[in-house]
Design a protein around this ligand. Structure first.
Ligand SMILES: [Cu+2]
Length: 387
């Protein structure tokens, strides 16, 4: 698994072969051609300028086209042509990946009592989304992305308080809630808070996210997370439980010398630069999740998007139990790959007997190439994964 070999952001141009006669002959020829081309384009520009002057003298017949141009110019996050920064990392990426503290995927315990109070403060903050790649997020609870995992039991009441410590309005929408969204999920101005309650009546793993318009931008900027609602009647017991939130990032720069921000045109075009589990490319390749041979591991998976599904698959085994669409009333057995739709969730149990490194991926392999892969390290295998 070559995680960071794609390319680094400073590539040296090839050195010219100085002192070669052939080189100078070619150079002279190219110079001549260039001068001819410049002359031709100068002539064309003069003709265009004359046409434009003539057009300006006409009544404003082309108003709608002009208005469209103004709109495009106002969208200053748009850079054309769309430039990809996929796989662009600094030279010391491997070292930085090692130093990165991986997002803790372990499912946290359920708080006691009938009422679970959750308080998140939104912050504008810069986080790393790949080794040496910085991004300006709007983050839930100072976590970067995803926000904290909320874990409750079916029947508990969640009291959500959202404080907006950012610079523009935000909100929080829980897919696990049955509640009037115009009341609960409304925008909160900077410096203000909103508080609402809902009963966790539906078990499963659900997405939460900012629902402020344009939602594409707010989710793409890191405003998402997972809430796990355990069913009253317990699922089969397992040995390890991990939460994975899939998402993708759309960058207006490589994020290396200065943090990148959202490129909205790329988000609309679905042209991601990085695709991640828990917000950081390949973090569980460098820092694998663990299990012992013979243990069963449960993955609670949410696809936050904003747009991509997660095609969940574990290399080297099958999904022993798959609660598709996080419908916990029934599961499929021994399936290979399950789609977790953008805005959806699913739960997977995997029992691995043989020691080894088992990659968990989105089996849409462009996603793996952009960082949506991790390892389940079973036991203490020797060597590294070369898949
Ligand atoms: Cu928001």
């Amino acid at each position: 698994m070559s995680a960071y070999t794609a390319r680094t952001h400073r590539q040296q141009p090839p050195a010219p072969e100085s002192g070669s006669g052939a080189f100078w002959m070619v150079a002279a020829l190219l110079l001549g051609l260039t001068l001819a081309a410049v002359g031709f384009f100068a002539l064309m520009m003069w003709a265009d300028a004359r046409d434009a002057r003539d057009d300006a003298a006409q009544p404003a017949a082309a108003e709608p086209a002009a208005a469209t141009h103004v709109h495009a110019a106002a969208d200053h996050n748009t850079a054309l042509p769309l430039a990809s920064f996929a796989g662009v990392v600094p030279e010391n990426a491997a070292e930085l990946a090692e130093a990165h503290k991986a997002y803790d995927a372990t499912l946290p315990p359920i708080p006691a009592g009938d009422l679970v109070k959750v308080h998140m403060t939104l912050k504008d903050m810069t986080v790393e989304i790949a080794p040496g790649v910085k991004y300006n997020t709007w983050a839930f609870d100072g976590h970067g992305a995803p926000g904290p995992v909320v874990h409750v039991r079916e029947g508990q009441t969640v009291e959500m308080t959202l404080t907006n410590g950012g610079s523009i309005p935000h909100s929080i929408d829980f897919h696990a809630a049955r509640i009037a969204p115009n009341v609960a999920f409304k925008d909160v101005s900077p410096g203000e808070s909103i508080k609402y309650r809902f009963t966790a009546s539906d078990p499963g793993v659900f997405m939460y996210h900012c629902g402020t318009k344009p939602v594409l931008a707010h989710i793409a900027n890191g405003m998402y997370g997972a809430i796990v609602v355990q069913p009253k009647e317990a699922l089969p017991p397992v040995d390890n439980e991990y939460v994975l939130v899939g998402s993708e990032w759309y960058l207006n720069g490589d994020g290396i010398d200065e943090p990148a921000s959202l490129d909205m045109a790329k988000a609309r075009a679905r042209m991601a630069d990085w695709i991640t589990f828990n917000g950081y490319a390949n973090q569980y390749v460098t820092h694998p999740l663990t299990a012992d041979p013979g243990e069963t591991t449960r993955f609670w998976v949410v696809a936050a998007g904003p747009t991509n599904n997660v095609n969940f698959h574990v290399v080297g085994t099958l999904l022993d139990r798959a609660w598709v669409n996080s419908d916990l009333t029934q599961f499929q057995r021994n399936v290979q790959t399950v789609i977790v739709p953008a805005g959806g969730g699913a739960v997977f149990d995997v029992k691995v007997d043989q020691e080894g490194l088992y990659p968990f991926v989105s089996h849409a392999f462009a996603d793996v190439d952009l960082g949506q892969v991790g390892l389940l390290k079973v036991g203490n295998p020797k060597g590294t994964m070369s898949h």
